[in-house]
Design a protein around this ligand. Sequence first.
Ligand code: FE
Length: 261
Amino acid sequence: MHYHPPATTTRLRPLIQDMNLYTQEDRNVWQLLVERQMSRLPRLASADFLRGLDTLGFSAGRIPVFAEMNEKLNQYTGWQLKVVSCLCPVAEFFTLLANKTFTATCWLRRMNELDYLEEPDMFHDVFGHAPLLSNPAYTRFFEALGQLGQKYGHVPAALEMMERLYWFTIEFGLIHEEGQVRMYGAGVLSSVGETNHVLSEKSRKTSFELDTVIRTPFRTDVLQQQYFIIDGFDQLLHSLEPLEERLAETDPEGNKQYFQV
Ligand code: FE
């Protein structure tokens, strides 16, 4: 579930990961991005994310192999990464989540796009998202969100609430850990700009509260103005019961209640 505009550049977007297709530029890009984030994340990222990086064997010197990651994810949570060429239609995306499957691209951005991307690439999808797919508490929430998506995703107002919850948790979520605020959202962890922005005084950081989250619009083309901090992944799972009450109240025939700005 991403909101970036479609790509305008032509580029190979394979549906199967073939390690032979990666170029030296790909390897350099991967190395640079991983080294750059890892020079800071050990102090800033959630311990569960860092453990996941370790569990899946991430290293700057080697582009990860989907088959190997899937073998490990299967042992820990039963989740899988499925290669997609670009963005996945919403209905399919929810069904895959409900079946413990996350979609990820296997191509990398170019060297001249290190900090700006039109759509998520493998660094965002895999470095940002895959580590926490090895975490049982996180994936219980993700799977249950997929099930709600299957049930209510066709209702525009309900979809919008779920998009916002997804955006402010899975993509840009922060977590209280040992007296500190740490990052667990893939959009923050995979972007130098967001990583810096979270730490600055310019962004608002408030405690996670479901009704506030589902009423908060977001933009995909600027650094986030607002971040929400959870106390733990169980809190997210528990938020799904009240969320379902809100989803059930939406009008299946109605328009969106709020407009994305
Ligand atoms: Fe993402």
